[in-house]
Design a protein around this ligand. Structure first.
Ligand SMILES: Cc1cc2nc3c(=O)[nH]c(=O)nc-3n(C[C@H](O)[C@H](O)[C@H](O)COP(=O)(O)OP(=O)(O)OC[C@H]3O[C@@H](n4cnc5c(N)ncnc54)[C@H](O)[C@@H]3O)c2cc1C
Length: 473
């Protein structure tokens, strides 16, 4: 008879935790999951899914404008924020229920409460302090947005609140230059909000390929998003109707809403990890090995709480690998290289592999293939928007080591290109692939003109990949 109530106790019912619980239960383990808020976690409740729904909503404006060149009359269209919120909330609730049902139907027990550790095998459940023992603990508690410590920071929202604003503001100032800042700038702009983005770095999307950064910034300017780089916020003051924001250069702005997209931190505070002896990194993340095992043998951690690559599919895969390895006797580890990712700005970015600045340090002979063009659709719509597509090729082996795109459907196109890169495709393989005409994606198999990268000495240390949703970048 086991001394434990469960073989596995999972803290956190988000992407990573739910996948791990379901797979472990499938191997016959007795499993419990504690979720303190809503099943589905960040991705479903206040991340990828509601964000993408907002992105869709924001892009109809372009569609209506573009339609006129094709003979449609679209006068009289109007947007209703409460309708979008209500429909989004209904969909999120549906997904939340599916997540919960999936956990239950796998045979796991659910605790709708906060769970913390008191030692390496004991979890205490709020609010009654009930103690539960488990042989293995998985911490999958995700992360949370952080705000800079400036006067008036309490007046600003983060992405969490952006999904629940009672009214759509007439104007917004977004602080940050990473994925989330840029995506929300596109969302608010598309919905007709006067949008300003303030970023302290010299260019948005640090870590991404320079052509994507430059290309997107140019498109944002064309859309009249007021992008201010090398600028930072000093304070926020509430006036009777809106907010007065003072920047560090002393200039001021009046806006109806201020949003911080200035970084996320792992949810490790007050979890009892110190009592269990779990070691944390400098940013509060749980330090784990390739098997997602922490410094304590029976405690594992997956997803954003480990701050490796903060993306949903990565959290899911880490949870799956953990469960297969620990409960299914099928050891495998997650490869954190070649992870395709997108920025759902308008236009969007899709990327897989290395950006040019890293590739040219890794590969002594790097060939660059690039195209910048106006898509066929805009010959009639009249929209002044350009697509940028780029392949980076190791000139010695002909292997494609980076694939980047700025333009419509970049996420969809690059997801497919990621398979080719994963399989080690060469530029010759891309060239031998028949074009699908007329399409935007065909450009990736018809790129002919190469430009050698400026020569740089090879890097001495392995270069770190950019993290997923690192808003500070
Ligand atoms: C605005 C935004 C947009 C994003 N867009 C994308 C995107 O387009 N694509 C993409 O791949 N990724 C995106 N991400 C990132 C993605 O959402 C995360 O990487 C992913 O959700 C991480 O999953 P997780 O399982 O680690 O944590 P989470 O999904 O955050 O789950 C953690 C869960 O643990 C619960 N919890 C925390 N502490 C406790 C406790 N003590 N007891 C009980 N429960 C607890 C939380 O309530 C939460 O439900 C986005 C993130 C944000 C914020």
């Amino acid at each position: 008879m086991s001394d434990y109530d469960f073989d596995l106790f999972v803290i956190g019912g988000g992407s990573g935790g739910v996948r791990a619980a379901r797979i472990a239960a499938g191997y016959g383990a007795t499993v419990a999951v504690a979720e303190e808020y809503r099943f589905g976690g960040t991705c479903v409740i206040r991340g990828c899914v509601p964000k993408k729904l907002f992105v869709y909503a924001s892009r109809f404006r372009d569609d209506f404008e573009d339609a006129e060149g094709y003979g449609w009359t679209t006068k009289g269209t109007r947007f209703d924020w409460p309708t979008l919120l209500a429909n989004k909330d209904r969909e999120i609730k549906r997904l939340e229920d599916i997540y919960r049902r999936n956990v239950l139907s796998a045979g796991a027990k659910v605790f709708d409460t906060r769970a913390t550790l008191v030692d390496a095998n004991t979890v205490v459940l709020a609010p009654d302090g009930r103690k539960v023992k488990a042989g293995t603990i998985l911490v999958a508690t995700g992360g949370h947005p952080v705000k800079p410590d400036i006067p008036g920071a309490e007046h600003a929202i983060t992405s969490n609140e952006a999904f629940h604003l009672k009214e759509l503001p007439a104007s917004i100032l977004i602080v940050g230059g990473g994925y989330i800042a840029v995506e929300f700038a596109g969302i608010f702009d598309g919905l007709g909000v006067e949008t300003t983005l303030v970023y302290r770095g010299e260019k948005i999307l640090r870590g991404f390929d320079e052509d994507m950064r430059d290309g997107l910034m140019a498109e944002m300017f064309k859309r009249e998003i007021d992008v201010r780089v090398n600028a930072d916020i000093a304070s926020i003051e509430k006036s009777w109707s809106d907010y007065t924001v003072t920047l560090k250069d002393g200039s001021t702005l009046e806006v109806e809403c201020v949003m911080f997209a200035t970084g996320r931190s792992p949810n490790t505070a007050n979890l009892g990890l110190d009592k269990a002896g779990v070691k944390l990194g400098e940013d509060g993340e749980i330090l784990v090995d390739a098997d997602s095992r922490s410094s304590v043998g029976n405690i594992y951690a997956v997803g954003d709480v480990t701050d490796r690559v903060n993306l949903t599919p990565v959290a899911i895969r880490e949870g799956h690998a953990f469960a297969d390895t620990v409960f299914g006797r099928k050891r495998w580890t997650v490869d954190h290289e070649l992870i395709p990712t997108a920025v759902f700005s308008t236009p969007e970015i899709g990327t897989v592999g290395l950006p040019e600045h890293i590739a040219c340090e890794r590969y002594p002979k790097l060939d660059i293939y690039k195209a910048r063009f106006r898509p066929l659709k805009h010959t009639l719509s009249g929209r002044d928007e350009f697509i940028v597509m780029k392949l980076l090729v190791d000139g010695l082996t002909d292997k494609v080591v980076g694939c980047h795109m700025l333009g419509p459907d970049a996420a969809e196109i690059v997801q497919m290109a990621a398979i080719a890169l994963r399989m080690g495709a060469t530029k010759a393989d891309f060239d031998a692939t028949m074009a699908l005409h007329p399409s935007i994606a065909e450009e990736f198999v018809t790129l002919r003109e190469k430009r050698p990268a400026p020569q740089k000495p090879p890097a001495k240390t392995p270069l770190q990949r950019k993290k997923g949703y690192d808003e500070t970048s």
